[in-house]
Design a protein around this ligand. Structure first.
Ligand code: ADP
Ligand code: MG
Length: 675
């Protein structure tokens, strides 16, 4: 690809600053739209000034002095035919003082307010008039900027670009449907004609903003559709449903797949059989049974003589998948390989050799799977569990272990509809919207820290009845060392508080086998109370654990609390999640606890999370490097729908328009959307 044209008439220093504003090419300047406007098209008589409203005045200087009380400042008394004003400058240069000679004529812009000495303006923007100076015809745009780039510079650059860059419409007439023209919208938004009031201006510009928002959403949709289409032109191994192994597993399972699992499995089995790579998200609330669906997919790869790899974000979870899959696969005589960072060098090398030779057909592991020295012989399918816990780069690294493998990602964090339609449009989604039968919803209780003794009594009770409990340690985000210390202290205290119970501890700093040993002991019931950090947040599945205590619940995020709580309520006994919190609660902590207390529904929680944090946070934009929308709003479902339909039509009937539209809006950004 050739380099895009640069900004004309801009030196390297300024260019570097403009890049921070996303301004790489002349065409980008056109889409750098004002935040607001100032009206310098009119002169307001001093008498008509409205306090708090910005206006422009034409004034004659009466006198200028420096006052020293209450602090050093420049005071300039001015008047026009209708009244007098005081201009007050707390910081000023001698040159300004000099310019404000008695008799000088000024144009000053700013807000007036009632001061102690009458009506005044503080730090107005002003310039001295030398003879006749016509008023500007258009409002003065105020642009988003960064340090070192003045409004005047931006105005000049953008003004030039408006002269030079073609503003051809990239929307075919057929799709215009009442939207304003592109050129007209751009001109109006950069240089709107004067308006009688702010309200009038907002109304007048509304249709032009509408067009820009539409264009932006359209570009996003086009880009995602193209990525989707491009995927279909890449070849992938056809992993057809032979059903020799999958059929056996289904027959041997102690349960029947839920209707939702059956549907998801059908969708995945069909995708795998296509000659292009699957890119599917299996989305289901905690406990909805995603693992068995993943196991079936892995077997379909194996049936076709291909390898499949399942990657999980933590050692504990990977280990648990390994054990669960072995329960299912061992009876079928299918070997399963295990790869994690905690394996000894020698074992690791042996495993890498088995993977490279293809002898290890199905592999489960942690990040160790994406290490450089791991090479697969014939990888046909990659599965990433709890995909939101991995960065884009890590997900890409797994995919790059083969030329073009099928990909399945799994997540318990539901994506709100508008996000799914935009940022995730390149993804096919299977939904597990039903839990396996026999689950009892978890009861959630909010308890202040002062009542810790009662909570300990409850834990004792549960254990006396043969149940088990998790005790989740406070999150210490700032420092992992502190987090560890807190976990060890919590463990020590609880051991003193409940000397009669068998208590275990897991945290992120334990070595792999130590973690595994503790989890195993808990699974077997040898440990009654498992003190844990958030390492147990994802996926861990111990049916007999029916009580969870989360200390300092106010420090956790909503998604995290929901995930943690999902560790209980996996069996038929009544389950309880106790959220211990310390007062006073911040406003947002209070809101979070309220949400988690009121609902068990992962989708509703995600929706609330989105409302509390905003979509940028939700999709981890910073992490993924995805450009967020600048003008459009994803909540505008109607417009997103319309842009989607238009994108389809444009790609089908007007490919050259689509190309130009993407060039205009997406050049340099499109790559980011593909990860
Ligand atoms: P998640 O979707 O949170 O990853 P898991 O795959 O860990 O859920 O499944 C949770 C538990 O439910 C596991 O013990 C699993 O074996 C069990 N399970 C899965 N599907 C069914 C089903 N259809 N009927 C009964 N139990 C099921
Ligand atoms: Mg899971």
């Amino acid at each position: 690809m050739s380099n895009p044209p640069q900004l004309s008439g801009v030196g390297p220093t300024l260019a570097a600053k403009l890049v921070k504003l996303g301004l790489h090419r002349d065409a980008d300047l056109l889409l750098h739209l004002p935040l607001r406007y100032e009206d310098e098209t009119r002169i307001t008589p001093v008498r008509d000034a409205v306090p708090g409203e910005a206006a422009q005045f034409e004034l004659e200087v009466v006198s200028t002095e420096i006052a020293y009380r209450p602090r050093r400042q420049l005071l300039c008394h001015v008047h026009d035919d209708s009244g007098t004003l005081l201009l007050r400058f707390l910081n000023f240069y001698p040159s300004q003082q000099k310019a404000l000679q008695p008799g000088a004529c000024l144009r000053a812009f700013g807000e007036v307010r009632g001061g102690f000495f009458g009506t005044e303006m503080i730090h107005p923007r002003f310039h001295v008039l030398h003879g006749e100076e016509p008023l500007p015809q258009a409002l003065t745009p105020i642009y988003p900027t960064v340090a070192g780039v003045g409004q005047a510079t931006l105005r000049k650059l953008i003004g030039n670009a408006l002269q030079r860059v073609a503003l051809d419409d990239t929307l075919p007439d057929e799709l215009r449907g009442g939207l304003s023209g592109f050129a007209e919208s751009i001109h109006q938004l950069h240089q709107p004609p004067g308006a009688a009031s702010e309200m009038e201006l907002t109304c007048a510009l509304q249709p032009y903003w509408q067009r820009i928002r539409f264009d932006e959403l359209l570009a996003q949709q086009l880009s995602l559709r193209r990525a989707y289409a491009a995927r279909r032109t890449r070849g992938a191994p056809r992993l057809t449903a032979i059903n020799s192994l999958t059929g056996k597993l289904l027959a041997a399972l102690p349960f029947k797949l839920t209707r939702a699992q059956q549907k998801a499995w059908r969708e995945i089995a069909a995708d795998l059989a296509q000659p292009y790579p699957m890119q599917r998200l299996l989305q289901g609330d905690v406990g909805s049974g995603k693992t068995i669906v993943a196991a079936l997919a892995m077997l379909q790869a194996a049936e076709n003589g291909y390898q499949a790899a399942l990657m999980a974000p933590t050692e504990i979870l990977a280990e648990q998948h390994y054990r669960k899959l072995r329960c299912w696969l061992d009876p079928l005589g299918i070997p399963l390989a295990w790869l994690s960072g905690s394996l000894k060098r020698k074992q690791k090398n042996e495993m890498a050799t088995a993977i490279a030779s293809g002898e290890a057909r199905l592999v489960v592991g942690t990040h160790a799977l994406i290490e450089e020295d791991v090479a697969f012989a014939k990888l046909g399918l990659t599965i990433v569990d709890e995909q939101h816990r991995f960065g884009v780069r890590q997900r890409l690294a797994l995919k790059q272990k083969a030329a073009s493998p099928h990909q399945l990602t799994m997540s318990a964090t539901p994506i709100p509809r508008t996000l799914a339609m935009s940022y995730y449009a390149d993804l096919d989604v299977s939904l597990l919207d039903e839990l396996p039968p026999g689950r009892t919803p978890v009861k959630t209780k909010l308890v202040t820290e002062g009542k810790r003794d009662q909570v300990i009594a409850r834990v004792r009770d549960a254990c006396a009845q043969g149940r088990q409990a998790y005790w989740v340690c406070p999150l210490v985000e700032e420092s992992e060392t502190l987090q560890l210390k807190t976990a060890e202290e919590t463990f020590a205290h609880l051991t003193i508080d409940m000397p009669d119970l068998r208590i275990g501890l897991v945290h992120g700093r334990l070595r792999g086998e130590e973690k595994a040993a503790a989890m195993e002991a808990f699974t077997r019931g040898e440990i009654q109370v498992l003190v844990a950090t958030t390492v147990i947040e994802v996926g861990v599945d111990v049916v007999n654990a029916s009580l969870m205590v989360i200390e300092h619940a106010e420090r956790f995020g909503l998604a995290q609390l929901h995930q943690l709580r999902g560790r209980v309520g996996r069996g038929i006994t009544d389950s309880v999640c106790i959220l211990l919190y310390a007062s006073p609660l911040s406003q947002t902590a209070r809101q979070r606890l309220k949400v988690i207390f009121e609902t068990n529904d992962g989708f509703e929680i995600a929706r609330q999370d989105l409302a509390l944090r905003g979509p940028g946070e939700f999709i981890g934009a910073r992490q993924s490097g995805m450009p967020l929308l600048r003008y459009a709003d994803l909540d505008d479902t109607k417009m997103v729908d319309r842009a989607r339909a238009a994108a389809d039509k444009m790609l089908r009937d007007y490919p050259d328009f689509a190309e130009r539209h993407l060039q205009r809006w997406m050049a340099g950004r499109e790559q980011l959307l593909k990860a």
